[in-house]
Design a protein. Structure first.
Ligand code: GMT
Length: 381
């Protein structure tokens, strides 16, 4: 049994979901898991044996016009590692977690002679977007060089990291995962009728509506499809471009066919009523939401951005098009929606593909990594 500290963003977003689901799975496997972050993680909704939550409190002092979260986090980490006797620290999303982790490591070594292994898992925009900001770039590069292990959620992201940050160190790819026993096809005709009372086709998109997701493209795709077939679009999540998507639906005169559900826990029941999951992203290191949909037997129509082609097999479990190619994505949807046999075969293959990313296959890869890192006795440099 290991005592594992997990640092993540607690909000609605892929990296927090992965970190939380990983923590829950590790706890089920007998480890003691400590989440250290500023709020209760989004998917840590019920009591779990072996799971502890330590809230990072931010000192409120007038001089601190900007919150000093990375420092408050490092201070809290030192405290938790000391008193909970953590064996390992696993941080998700490099900024600022990897650098706070590094600071924690150094302080524990200097003051307590504690050698705490640090693992950094890269998720996406920490490398492809925010990490490239000139003020963050050297910090990200430094913290990656000083982590005891670095993992990335796709081959695309590992390669991008090596290239953008000019680092030679090994980066292990451990893909994202899904609990295929929870995310299973759960047909619910009554629920389906609520969204599509006249038997329309249903498309779904789940995201945080940042511009990188190109969420308004889902509305454009729906408009194209609707010129041929009756269809509805369900939008789940919230973020900066939700308003734009809603405005566009009104402009295109299809607002009554677009249901925006806002931020809510995505359920297998909701995913299962959809015929197609849309992911028109500009950049996507993995596409966890697409994996959860596939696990419910929903094929994906997406762009070829980033790591999506590693997950979605074009012509088997979905279709891929160039970023912004609305017409092509709409044509792919129409092809599936007008061909029930093909749609059914894509549904089955999507589910089969998701089984390759089952939580019980992937979580042991993290456990093996923890063991390997713990075996390398080291002094922080
Ligand atoms: O940037 C986001 O959209 C959120 C981000 C996160 O870290 O919360 O998501 C990233 O991590 C997810 C979990 O590993 C991946 O499934 C997403 O593909 C990735 N997002 C991007 O690369 C844009």
């Amino acid at each position: 049994m290991l005592r594992i500290g997990i640092v993540c963003y607690p909000t609605y977003g892929g990296s927090g979901v992965v970190a939380t689901e990983l923590g829950k799975a590790l706890a089920e496997r007998g480890h003691q898991v400590h989440f250290i972050t500023y709020a209760l993680p989004w998917r840590l909704d019920t009591f779990h044996d072996n799971i502890f939550f330590h809230e990072v409190e931010l000192p409120n002092y007038p001089l601190f016009e900007f919150q000093l979260y990375s420092l408050a986090l490092a201070g809290k980490l030192v405290d938790v590692v000391r008193y909970e006797r953590l064996d390992i620290l696993h941080v998700h999303y490099a900024i600022p977690h990897a650098i706070s982790g590094y600071l924690t490591q150094r302080m524990l070594w200097e003051h307590d002679s504690i050698s705490l292994p640090l693992i950094t898992t890269l998720h996406g925009t920490d490398i492809t977007l925010v990490g490239l900001e000139p003020s963050f770039y050297p910090l990200v590069r430094f913290s990656l060089q000083h982590s005891d292990a670095v993992t990335a959620v796709s081959f695309f992201l590992a390669e991008k990291t090596r290239h953008q940050f000019q680092i030679q160190r090994p980066i292990e790819v451990i893909p994202n995962f899904v609990d295929t026993r929870t995310f299973i096809p759960r047909p619910d005709p009554e629920l389906r009728r609520q969204f599509a009372p006249a038997g329309e086709h249903i498309l779904i998109h789940v995201s945080n509506f940042r511009s990188i997701k190109r969420s308004p493209d889902t509305v454009r795709i729906l408009a194209e499809i609707r010129s041929v077939l009756p269809a509805k679009l369900i939008l789940v999540g919230d973020g900066p471009e939700r308003g734009e998507a809603e405005r566009l639906a009104r402009e295109l005169g299809i607002d009554e066919h677009v249901r925006c559900l806002g931020k809510q826990m995505i359920t297998p029941e909701l995913l299962s009523i959809a015929d197609i999951f849309l992911l028109p992203s500009q950049s996507e290191s993995f596409g966890l939401a697409a994996l959860e949909a596939m696990s419910c037997g929903v094929p994906v129509v997406a762009t070829t951005a980033g790591g999506i082609p590693e997950l979605v097999r074009h012509g088997e479990t979905g279709f891929l098009a160039e970023i912004g190619d609305i017409q092509r994505m709409a044509r792919y949807c129409i092809e599936l929606l007008t061909n029930p046999k093909k749609l059914q075969s894509f549904r089955e293959r999507a589910r089969q593909r998701a089984l390759e990313y089952d939580i019980h296959l992937i979580v042991p890869l993290y456990e093996q990594l923890y063991q390997r890192v713990l075996e390398q006795v080291r002094i922080p440099t």
